[in-house]
Structure formats: structure tokens, C-alpha cells
Design a protein around this ligand. Structure first.
Ligand code: CTP
Length: 417
């Protein structure tokens, strides 16, 4: 989802992010990260170590964040800088975090601005290791990471496996990409009750119903709405499983994805995961019908003549036909695409499919629905409350839907249901 436009939004907007940069070749990625965080509405305070300044200049960061970038623990006129930065941060993210920095952090060193901030901050800390694969694999580095990862409020993001610096091998040690780090920072900012420890199931995307080995019956769903919900639920602290039909999207960060093609495969995957789910959100555009016969060889134009009869048969209704797999206390949310009588038809689906909430939209709305970044939805609950949301980015629609689910979850734990 890297190419999405970035604009101020939850949970970054209005928050203070202290971005620590240490001396590795991946420091260049930190400039992009500072830029993206700033575009999401965060105020980004950058602290460079002396080694980082060998790779990238403070000025580069100031140019993208619009704020001073710091290097010096002993700068004249601001003796308590480390205390101020540490106190004001809502989250501290060190990207890249080199082997040397991890060693110093693990031992509580305080010999430069970044390590002193780390000791002084009450904020959650996200460390993004980046180094040569052998340095990463060294038992001392592994011990340092394990030790740091067990600290309350600390999380280790990455590294990824892939090509390392020029002339080196491929291996584990590559810093996560900025758009992945953003999500880890988002989770550090947003995770909290009632989501932490909750299992969330999301379905997304279209299904493809094969006609022959080349062709299929499908629909225009891009999967964006469901992917945005899965990502936002993970940021709030949940364990998320995404059951997705074919899409062009990158898998959401931190989410375990189950990729399926057909409605029947989606049905089986959902039936498998649902018994563990505290929350189920069914945003997939499941094909209601499939070709009655999926040919094993390609339908040849020459042999088919001028006209083809296509016989379709009904697919399972994934949402309705997995009802007996739901936990009694699960919060279940469906989507509804309606071209006529939106509220009335959506309410009917809510009752028929036994849902807590239904999110309805009209696919003919040009700014909403399929293949666009925005959506205009109406949220209806069991009690018949109808909330019409304005045109919003799908990411914000996802947050609003999760806000409603959060209320339902809070209600359940209050009544002990
Ligand atoms: N759904 C499903 N399995 C299907 C069809 C729909 O699980 N075979 C789910 C969708 O994921 C969505 C909800 O049911 O959460 C409503 O989907 P929608 O396509 O709007 O409704 P349908 O039940 O297909 O009804 P209709 O075609 O009559 O509008």
C-alpha cells in the first residue's frame, strides 16, 4: 500500500514522534520515514547519533520535518534537552538501529543524546534493527535483542530478509521499509484496551470463480476497505487474520493473511478461523454464483460458436452459513452493497445474517465503493441506529467502524456477556 497518498490521520496526527537515527547505510530510509510521519500529521523530533551523521545530515531531516534535528547532548543553552525530548515524545522509534546501538541500549548506556533519551522516556519504544546478516546472527546481538524485546513497552520491528548493502549477500538484517515502520509506530501509539489480545477476523477482496483454466467470474472489489480495517485493527493492538481474495495490495503489516480464490475456499478459511474470533468483519465481495462447471481445458473460440450459455450455481453465503462457528460473545460486522433502499435492505441483511453492525454503501456513488481510496458509508446497528458518515478516506472509514466495534466490545465486557 506504499503509494497511497499520505494525509493527517489517526493515530499519528497531532502526536510527537521521536525518531532516533543511528549509523547504518539504511539511515537514508529514515529521511523518507520522517517525511511520511510528518505528512501523516505527526511532529517528528529527530535525534542522530554521531555515526548516523556520517551517513545522512541533520539538514535532510529538518527539510522534511520542518523541525530542528538534534545531535549533541551538550549543546549550549539547552542542558535539559534530553529530558524535554524524552518527556514530550508519545513514541520513540529508532530506525535504523545498528548492532552497536542495540548493545548500548541493552546495557543502559547514556553516553549520547539518543541513549539518554531512551533511558529517560516513559513512551513506548520501537526498535528497527538494520545490519549485516552475520552481525545480526551473532549470539551477542541476538541476546541484546531478546533482552530489549522483553522490556515493557519495547517492540522490535524487523529486520526483513533481503539484499543488504552493496557487495553483501542477501540475509536477515535489512531494515523494514518506511511504510512498514509507520505501521509499527502506529501500533505503539494506538494499541490499548479492549483490543490487545483480541482475535480479529477480516475478509476482503473479491472472489474468483473459475470458468476454465484461464477465465473466471469475478467482481470489481479492490480489497482496499477490508485491508484498511485489518491494518487499523492490528494498530489498535489486536491479533488479526485476514482472509483475502485476489487483490493487487501489499499484505497489511503484522497481520496473518490467508489467501483464497473462490467463495468455497473463503467459506472453508472463515469456518476455520471464526471459532477463535472475538470480532469478525466481513468486507469481502463474495461472488454469489459460480459457473456450474469449471472446465479443465480452455474454452476454444472456434469451437464455441457465436454464443455461449453460461450456467451459474449458488455459492455459499459465507457470513450466514458460518453462523454456528461464531463464539456467542463475538461482535460480527457485515457489509452491504445496495443500489436501492439502502437502509431498509441493509437492516434486513443485518437481521437475516444475525449481525451486530452493518456497513452499507451504494456502488453507484462515484467517490465511494469500488477501486477508489474513499468511501461514503452508512453504519446501522442492531438497535436500528443509523449513522450516515460523510465521504472519507477508507482508512478513516476503517477507524470509524472500529470505534463502533470498540463500543460494542466495551458493552460486552461490562455486562459480562
Ligand atoms: N457475503 C458472504 N457470502 C456471500 C455473499 C455475501 O459472506 N456469498 C457477505 C459479504 O461479505 C457482506 C454481506 O454478506 O458482509 C452482504 O453482502 P452483499 O453482497 O451486500 O449481500 P448479499 O447477501 O449477496 O445480498 P444481495 O446480493 O441480495 O444484495
Amino acid at each position: 500500500m506504499g503509494a497511497r497518498p499520505l494525509s493527517p490521520r489517526r493515530p499519528w496526527n497531532g502526536r510527537r514522534v521521536l525518531l532516533g537515527v543511528t549509523g547504518g547505510i539504511a539511515a537514508y530510509k529514515a529521511v523518507q520515514l520522517a517525511r511520511d510521519l510528518t505528512r501523516l500529521g505527526a511532529a517528528v523530533d529527530v535525534v542522530l547519533t554521531a555515526a548516523a551523521a556520517e551517513f545522512v545530515r541533520a539538514l535532510s531531516f529538518e527539510g522534511v520535518s520542518g523541525r530542528p534535528a538534534f545531535r549533541d547532548l551538550f549543546a549550549a543553552g539547552d542542558a535539559a534537552l534530553h529530558i524535554r525530548l524524552a518527556r514530550e515524545a508519545d513514541v520513540v522509534c529508532v530506525a535504523p538501529a545498528t548492532a552497536d546501538f542495540l548493545a548500548r541500549a541493552a546495557h543502559g548506556h547514556a553516553d549520547d543524546l539518543l541513549t539518554t533519551v531512551l533511558l529517560a522516556t516513559p513512551a513506548p519504544v520501537v526498535l528497527c534493527p538494520a545490519m549485516n546478516d552475520r552481525m545480526y546472527g551473532h549470539p551477542q546481538t541476538q541476546a541484546n535483542l531478546e533482552h530489549l524485546g522483553q522490556r515493557p513497552g519495547y517492540s522490535i520491528a524487523g529486520p526483513a530478509t533481503g539484499p543488504l548493502a552493496y557487495g553483501e549477500d542477501e540475509g536477515p538484517g535489512r531494515m523494514l521499509e518506511p511504510e512498514e515502520v509507520l505501521e509499527h509506530v502506529g501500533r505503539a501509539l494506538a494499541a490499548g484496551p479492549p483490543w490487545v489480545g483480541k482475535q480479529v477476523l477480516v475478509t476482503a477482496g473479491p472472489t474468483r470463480e473459475p470458468l476454465d483454466p484461464v477465465r473466471y467470474v469475478g467482481n470489481r472489489s479492490s480489497g482496499r476497505m477490508g485491508y484498511a480495517i485489518a491494518q487499523a485493527a492490528w494498530r489498535r493492538g489486536a491479533e488479526v487474520t485476514l482472509v483475502s481474495g485476489p487483490t493487487a495490495l501489499e499484505p497489511p503489516v503484522g497481520v496473518s493473511s490467508v489467501l483464497v480464490e473462490t467463495a468455497r475456499e473463503m467459506h472453508a478459511a472463515v469456518a476455520d478461523v471464526l471459532p477463535r474470533a472475538d470480532v469478525a468483519i466481513m468486507a469481502a465481495a463474495v461472488a454469489d454464483f459460480r459457473p456450474a462447471e469449471a472446465r479443465t481445458s480452455k474454452i476454444k473460440r472456434g469451437k464455441a460458436g457465436a454464443r455461449i450459455e453460461l450456467e451459474l450455481e449458488r455459492n455459499p453465503d459465507v457470513l450466514a452459513e458460518t453462523r454456528d462457528r461464531r463464539r456467542p460473545d463475538a461482535v460480527v460486522v457485515g457489509f452491504a452493497l445496495e443500489t436501492d433502499h439502502l437502509v431498509r435492505n441493509a437492516e434486513m441483511k443485518l437481521r437475516e445474517k444475525d449481525l451486530d453492525l452493518i456497513v452499507a454503501n451504494d456502488p453507484r456513488d462515484r467517490d465511494a465503493g469500488f477501486e477508489v481510496e474513499t468511501n461514503r458509508v452508512t453504519v446501522i446497528d442492531r438497535s436500528g441506529t443509523v449513522e450516515e458518515l460523510p465521504l472519507l478516506l477508507k482508512d478513516e472509514v476503517a477507524e470509524r467502524v472500529l470505534d463502533r466495534i470498540e463500543l460494542a466490545l466495551a458493552g460486552r465486557s461490562a455486562t459480562g456477556a
